[in-house]
Write a protein that binds this ligand. Sequence first.
Ligand code: SF4
Length: 88
Amino acid sequence: MADKQENTWAAKAKRTITSVLPVSDRRRDQCVNCGACCKLPNVCPFIKPGEDGKEYCSIYPIRPLNCRKYPRTESELVTRDTCGYRFE
Ligand code: SF4
């Protein structure tokens, strides 16, 4: 397993800079709208709770690349407890 990143502003900056790179071909499954990655490390002002108990992005069509691709790599996956994605 790759080294796990911490939930820090430095990690967020790294995710932002590297978000132009492709998503790992080892990523499997899908987002389950847990909303955890929308709080790394601050709570995004565009996150909205749904009536189904899930979290939704209110600017989804124009969301930034680092949101669009999270988790791009296994080391980026700091929301392992609730995220619907996994890496083989
Ligand atoms: S942490 Fe994973 S499952 Fe949760 S909202 Fe982000 S991508 Fe989706």
